[in-house]
Write a protein that binds this ligand. Sequence first.
Ligand SMILES: Nc1ncnc2c1ncn2[C@@H]1O[C@H](COP(=O)(O)OP(=O)(O)OP(=O)(O)O)[C@@H](O)[C@H]1O
Ligand SMILES: [Mg+2]
Length: 551
Amino acid sequence: MQGQPGPQVQTKDQLYLNGERSTGQDVRTQNVTAALSVANVVKTSLGPIGLDKMLVDDLGDVTVTNDGATILAQMEVDHPAAKVLVQLSEMQDKEVGDGTTSVVILASELLKRANELIKNSIHATTIMTGYRLAMKESIKFIKEHLAVKTEKLGRELAFSVAKTTLSSKVFGRESDFFATLACDAMSLVASADPDTGKMRYPVKAVGVMKQHGRSFKDSVLMNGYVLYGGRAGQGMPRVVQNAKIALLDIDLRKTKMAMGVSVVVTDPKKLEEIRKREADITKERIQLLIDAGVNVVFTTKGVDDMAIKYFVDAGVIAMRRVKKEDMRRLEKLTGGTMLITFADMEGNESFDASCIGHAEEVSEERVCDDDHILVKGGKSTRACSILLRGANMHLLDEVERALHDALCAVKRTLESASVVPGGGCVEAALSIYLENFATSVGSREQLAIAEFAQSMLVIPKQLSVNAAQDSVDVVAKLRASHNAALVDGSKASLRYTGLDCVSGNIQDNLAAGILEPALSKVKMIQFATEAAITVLRIDDMIKLNPEEPQQ
Ligand SMILES: Nc1ncnc2c1ncn2[C@@H]1O[C@H](COP(=O)(O)OP(=O)(O)OP(=O)(O)O)[C@@H](O)[C@H]1O
Ligand SMILES: [Mg+2]
């Protein structure tokens, strides 16, 4: 390696590298600093009084958002440890949908405290064991003491959860409206699992469309899956009842010979025949569809005038350039299968009727100056769409993200049937409980568990800081209530005490309806601990210099 360009770093153990190597405390401090700076970015957006961030990417596109995962995804961080946190919020977004800000803040606090412990000569392995133990205890405590099982799942409850999630987003005060919308949408798509009989609430079955103009109070829920775009030809029927749907990834235009094919023709008549044959291939394909009884055709590719004519004659609705993503949802909705070719094993062309999907009705409707195709009442599942209105696209994008969070929260609540009070309630309760628990552990892990308990408080602290309140005061009051609940059996109801950022009171958040799905809290603690451990495990970082381009 000697003689190569670039700095040659020689470390104590005689490792020759074209790059840098840092070990031990150096690398830990570096990683923790990186993680903290990531958390610092999203910190102020936590909670109902949290503020928004404006992000401008290298192309000049602007995003205004409050959603932790979106902020971090847009930032394109470079440091490997910071990337762990970015992926963490991404994972929370995928698995739970909400709580992406909290999870990052918690993970960075855990790291910060772990680093301090390491500086005080506690071995990283001890800390990791302690953190794992604390995590397990926390989850047990949430499930046994804080989660409120709701026997009969009221719509009211789902509404409260959706409202809590939405309260931290752009339209904060209008959260009632969107919470209703989210609950209605979820109840429209609910279906029972055929195997287990449990109810399922697929978030993906709720399509979201955005049209700017009017105010967001004019957003509406539509029963049926909506696709952007209209019929391919005006002569096609507007409505087809009892639809038999073919989903194709096939071009329905005049077939052309592939590029590079050359055919030498000496007789001009033959040339005409080739042209005719080219047109006939598509005609035969369309005839196959019509013979199978298909009355609605969706294709991801094109449909030309000739094909439109055949479809119009047969009274078929055809739609072209449908997005692949929509196709996948249509497959689920109608029970059909998307075909990529008509060819069968023998080399002939045929259309298998079992690929046909079914729906009660397919129609074209005009929504805000644009045509949309509406597919209602699918065979296997149901779908609905929400049409969002708003002043500009930035706002609409943010409303869409907020609505997604709310839909996920409603799904989690209805599926897992248990909720916990929000507003720092769970975190404060856990900090008291874990502190007590730590004293019962007679080994070095005790210190790590105590720090874990302290880390939990970062959420109520940040919530009150963002709400312009005295965080020391608020946290002290919260902890006093939770301590009373834990030691005095007669005051057990105090364990639902949390902070209301809007009014600034310490109150019973269960009664006040500031609720979150229990699962979202459990996952948050799990993911944050795991991410912190991932970073803590690193004690050596070797970073190679990028290769210089060869001249
Ligand atoms: N009215 C309220 N009073 C106090 N705290 C609240 C209130 N409403 C929500 N919260 C708390 O705010 C926190 C959620 O804030 P926010 O939605 O900004 O962050 P997140 O859910 O972690 O991340 P994101 O929504 O960006 O994915 C939760 O801890 C919740 O308990
Ligand atoms: Mg949220």
